[in-house]
Design a protein around this ligand. Sequence first.
Ligand SMILES: CCCCCCCCCCCCC/C=C/C(=O)SCCNC(=O)CCNC(=O)[C@H](O)C(C)(C)COP(=O)(O)OP(=O)(O)OC[C@H]1O[C@@H](n2cnc3c(N)ncnc32)[C@H](O)[C@@H]1OP(=O)(O)O
Length: 244
Amino acid sequence: MASSEEDGGAASEEKENNNKKRGKGTVATAWLAFYNIAMTAGWLVLAMAMMRFYMQKGTHKGLYRSIARTLKFFQTFALIEVGHCAIGLIRTSVIVTGVQVSSRIFMVWFVTNSIRQIQNEESVVLFLVVWTLTEITRYSYYTFNLLHHLPYFIKWARYTLFIILYPLGVAGELLTIYSALPFVRRSGMYSMRLPNKYNVSFDYYYCLVVIMLSYIPLFPQLFFHMLRQRRRVLHGEVIVEKDD
Ligand SMILES: CCCCCCCCCCCCC/C=C/C(=O)SCCNC(=O)CCNC(=O)[C@H](O)C(C)(C)COP(=O)(O)OP(=O)(O)OC[C@H]1O[C@@H](n2cnc3c(N)ncnc32)[C@H](O)[C@@H]1OP(=O)(O)O
């Protein structure tokens, strides 16, 4: 533990130098600290709301409705992260972050929130619990890291728990989309059939099928990206990443 504190000291000094080199000034650091504290707090509120709901009602039915507003707010707020990458505030690929954030926003707004009939599925609770655990760990990691007081446990959790949580979250998301398919087909929601004045046809059912299939090439890339980050941060390996 002592050596990890020394490592932490050296690492934070190095990070500060890197930040200076990259020109991450006080205002940027203050904004990121504010953003990460707000997001940690938001996901903690969600965790507490979910626990309170389950303890009071003894069922997961109605849980999504009870937290929907807070979830939509904080998950949509995460779009700012794509902006952080785009303007170079953080050293992360816009594409990797964009895929991660847009898939979450899509799950919240265009699947779970739009299709009431699936809101009580167990798979919804699965991805909600997994997202919540992930985000509390991730945002508290960034916060402590920015404040240069990073407990090793949080660093370890940030770069280890995803090994289980990522596949579980993806399973929850895919099962939820799968359970939405019959309702989407029956209702024809978000679809446009010909003939219409725009002369365009769009079938949301097939769009969902394509999105489910897109997890096959995209998820491994996100997962292996995280494994590389893990080797870099926990084991100090120098990773030369291909330009995303
Ligand atoms: C329109 C519809 C599109 C649909 C598309 C569908 C296809 C989808 C396929 C894939 C679906 C995925 C679904 C996701 C499910 C889940 O989330 S399940 C729950 C489990 N999830 C996770 O564990 C998430 C893991 N992913 C992430 O952490 C991120 O999303 C990430 C973008 C992949 C992280 O990558 P990255 O940012 O590169 O890693 P880090 O090591 O955390 O950060 C790199 C450096 O940047 C600094 N940094 C990043 N963010 C911040 C910040 N907010 N504040 C301050 N600093 C930040 C970080 O400290 C690192 O800097 P250094 O320390 O200097 O290296």
